[in-house]
Write a protein that binds this ligand. Structure first.
Ligand SMILES: CC(C)(COP(=O)(O)OP(=O)(O)OC[C@H]1O[C@@H](n2cnc3c(N)ncnc32)[C@H](O)[C@@H]1OP(=O)(O)O)[C@@H](O)C(=O)NCCC(=O)NCCSC(=O)C[C@H](O)C(=O)O
Ligand SMILES: [Mg+2]
Length: 284
């Protein structure tokens, strides 16, 4: 599926070392899988995780889900070996953790030696200050907010409203939108707390994120629902497009729907809503 139209409502991390989870993902309704070789894999399991993941990708069965491999940082003992082992294994993209500058993207691109898209974990203070230059890198396709690492770096408290993280989250979004990059929100750690997850998904959706990164299958349905256009939004989009088209025939540029003005820019948003709904329907 073309990355421009692909939905990214739910992006599920799967430890590269867990065969059972790698298999289970073949039947989960996720938009993307983040095959993890970094934090979810212990140092002594790194080498076998590479092989386990390579075999899972070779076996296939992941359908339309985007397959994204998170390698270890290139300044760790494992990063370069991860790339050497997994390049050419059929991933749709590689995700680099602890990115600080655009030069870090160059380093991964050099090791890959092909044109596979690169995603950046935005999880260090340096990354937030250099968000625009990272997003502008021609190889960067997506950003993932690393809210655990950001909280660790900031020394902030874990608050339900994520107030201490708002500047970072919005900077990630601004940079992503300035350069046409996909933006995925961070994980919600209390994976058995559905209400908390729903509230955080709603906040991420309100801010403008494309979707949420997840750590457990039980989180998928909530993220998929929150980041999809609702029936009411689809209905409104259709009515806005129709109403604007009608006034245009009379030489006017402004329609009114449900008491609110509809101009060209609203029509663009409405068309994006319908395109997103269509892309989601194609994933089913
Ligand atoms: C959190 C977990 C350790 C819980 O594992 P477990 O106790 O095994 O869960 P369940 O028994 O409820 O599992 C039920 C079935 O679901 C499968 N499963 C579990 N998790 C996943 C998954 N992520 N993907 C696919 N399938 C999964 C189990 O195998 C069970 O299957 P079955 O037996 O067939 O019924 C565990 O969920 C887990 O390890 N999650 C991933 C954690 C992870 O990836 N962490 C790293 C990413 S988050 C991060 O790094 C943050 C970021 O960098 C930042 O800075 O913020
Ligand atoms: Mg992290």
């Amino acid at each position: 599926m073309d990355a421009e139209f692909r939905p990214y409502r739910s992006l599920l991390y799967i430890p590269g070392s867990k065969e059972r989870a790698l298999d289970k993902a073949r039947g989960l309704p996720v938009d993307a899988i983040l095959f993890d070789l970094e934090d979810a894999v212990t140092p002594d399991a790194k080498a076998t995780a590479r092989e386990t993941l390579k075999e899972a990708l070779a076996a296939g069965g992941y359908g339309a889900r985007a397959r994204i491999i998170r390698v270890n940082g290139l300044d760790t003992p494992w990063g370069a070996d991860d790339v050497a082992a997994l390049k050419g294994a059929g991933a749709d993209a590689f995700l680099l953790p602890k990115v600080n500058r655009a030069a870090d993207i160059d380093a991964l691109a050099d090791l890959l030696g092909d044109d596979t898209p690169i995603w950046a974990m935005m999880e260090t203070p340096q990354a937030i200050f250099h968000a625009a230059e990272i997003a502008a890198h021609p190889r960067v396709q997506g950003f993932v907010a690393g809210t655990n690492d950001l909280a660790k770096e900031l020394g902030c408290r874990d608050r339900a409203d994520r107030l201490p993280l708002q500047m970072a989250l919005q900077t990630i979004l601004m940079a992503a939108r300035a350069h046409g990059v996909i933006a995925a929100d961070g994980v919600y750690n209390q994976y058995k707390d559905e209400d908390g997850l729903r509230a955080e998904c709603e906040q991420g959706r309100d801010l403008g994120f494309d979707g949420k990164t997840l750590i457990h299958p039980a989180q998928v349905a909530i993220a998929n629902a929150c980041f999809a256009p609702t029936d009411a939004e689809i209905d409104l989009a259709r009515r806005q497009i129709a109403a604007h088209a009608e006034v245009e025939t009379t030489g006017q540029g402004v329609a009114v729907v449900d008491g609110k003005i509809v101009e060209n820019l609203h029509v663009e948003t409405a068309k994006k809503t319908l395109a997103k709904a269509e892309a989601i329907a194609q994933m089913a």
